[in-house]
Design a protein around this ligand. Structure first.
Ligand code: SF4
Length: 466
């Protein structure tokens, strides 16, 4: 048993945020003082998304049947489809599951269709329309034209989708030819999310990305000029060899590329399982930006997009047009339904967070046995929804209206309860609080995951004593 739990602790969690369960004292929630707030931060900067803890369920036999016979009561919901293959491994990635080989992908697609069909049969899946469909990975853009056609048609005919569903394919534009794009668009896809990470050829090659800057830019220009589709790109700052000037060039390129609707910006994360740390240790890569340098780069980024009059779509997402609704990005943050399908997919169904089998062979085995391939689950007991509301509000609006939350979740003592914490955070420059609304400062925008995690853990500590 200990072995299993150790393995689970080391696994990348997909969409399953796992809060730490630790004994807490009041000061454990405090922000550090004695330096500029953005440098002082919290004891340990938490980089992976914040989340809600619960009871681990390791025996998942019969679980799907139990939870999927109930209707969905979530305000919004998404269908998440995972394609766990990539052409090559990016050096910063800890989510890599395997190399894309045509025969592997086509076998996988057969099983994926089987899982989609079995999942769609449930009362839970049919109980209301999905507001978003998201293909993540891995690299979904490595699917072939016929595979796209088959998977998308299966979804469109089996699942109830909202009339204005946001339908996203994530991946790279390398190898994502016109035939694939047209197969996606004719089947209802209306948004592409491309992981550019950096435009700089040298940095891209060091990070294991395939295309040179010129080819990448040309392909993005082709796609955005030819097709009527929302295009969002991801960039990373703090990469090895990426000076502030190079980062400025990346942001400028994203801004100037006609037809790119929005950009999501992430700091480089040293996640367990990503090769970058070892390569730096072996002297094969330059040191990436330190935490302090990353903090400076974050302020620089904010300033750049403010000057560019870009619209803030959330903590790390800026838009240059009004097309990107970014619906999927917020659904898991608010802890709303994410129905997972695919090997390594994670999500939330009713009061259970689910993590599906990550090993392809096990995934096939479960489906051969007629089982939804759930590896483990976390049962969230007595969830009144307030924790998801905190995280979602901070992610989307960078603030929390405590009076509104107190009313919505019937917690009349909410402001009183949080007052000592809010006072300390305000004194240390992490937030402002006017008696009703807590707003993030640039320091806590950077340390947002700590703020979110502490908000959630503080609520549990005060209400449940843990
Ligand atoms: S970052 Fe994306 S494309 Fe790169 S290896 Fe990881 S999952 Fe694959």
């Amino acid at each position: 048993m200990k072995n299993i739990i150790d393995k689970i602790k080391k696994m990348p969690m997909g969409h399953i945020p796992m809060g730490k369960i630790l004994p807490k004292k009041m000061k454990d929630f405090y922000a550090n003082t004695g330096d500029k707030p953005i440098y002082a931060g919290f004891k340990n900067k938490v980089d992976v998304h914040a989340g809600i803890s619960g009871k681990m369920v390791l025996n998942t036999k019969g679980l799907w049947e139990k939870i999927s016979c109930l209707p969905d009561t979530s305000e919004r919901r998404a269908l998440y489809v995972h394609i766990p293959f990539c052409l090559a491994r990016c050096k910063f990635c800890s989510f890599y599951q395997g190399r894309s080989k045509e025969e592997d992908i086509s076998k996988y697609v057969k099983y994926l269709i089987k899982e989609l069909e079995m999942t769609a049969e449930s009362k839970f899946a049919q109980s209301k329309p999905f507001n978003a469909v998201y293909f993540g990975g891995g690299t979904p853009t490595d699917l072939s034209v016929d595979e796209f056609d088959l998977i998308l048609k299966t979804i469109n005919t089996r699942f109830p989708l909202a009339n204005d569903v946001e339908y996203t394919i994530e991946g790279r534009n390398y190898g994502f030819g016109d035939g694939k794009i047209e197969a996606c668009l004719k089947n209802g896809v209306n948004r592409f999310s491309f992981g550019v990470q950096s435009f700089d050829t040298e940095i891209r090659q060091k990070m294991g990305r395939i295309e040179k800057k010129e080819d990448l830019v040309k392909r993005l220009e082709d796609i955005t000029s030819k097709y009527d589709v929302t295009v969002s790109i991801d960039l990373i700052y703090g990469l090895p060899g990426q000076s502030q000037e190079k980062w400025l060039e990346d942001m400028t390129m994203a801004y100037e590329l006609e037809g790119v609707d929005s950009v999501s910006v992430y700091n480089l994360k040293y996640l367990p399982g990503s090769p970058i740390k070892d390569l730096v240790k072996q002297g094969k890569l330059e040191e990436p930006a330190t935490m302090r340098e990353q903090a400076d780069l974050f302020l620089f980024t904010k300033d750049f997009f403010n000057r560019a009059n870009a619209k803030r779509l959330g903590l790390r997402h800026w838009a240059f047009s009004n097309r990107d609704r970014s619906i999927y990005n917020f659904i898991p943050k608010y802890d709303q339904t994410v129905l997972p399908v695919g090997c390594g997919a994670g999500g939330r169904v009713g009061n259970h967070k689910l993590m599906q089998r990550m090993e392809v062979e096990k995934y096939y085995q479960y489906l051969d046995e007629g089982r939804k391939p759930i590896k483990f689950a976390v049962e969230i007991k007595n969830d009144i929804g307030i924790n998801g509301h905190f995280i979602g509000s901070l992610e989307e609006f960078l603030q929390i209206d405590f009076k509104m939350a107190a009313k919505k979740f019937n917690q009349p003592d909410l402001i009183e309860m949080y007052k000592p914490l809010l006072e300390q955070w305000e004194e240390s420059g992490m937030i402002t609080f006017d008696g009703q609304t807590m707003k993030l400062t640039p320091a806590s925008e950077y340390h947002n995951v700590n703020i979110q995690q502490n908000m959630v853990e503080y609520f549990n500590w005060k209400k449940n004593g843990k």
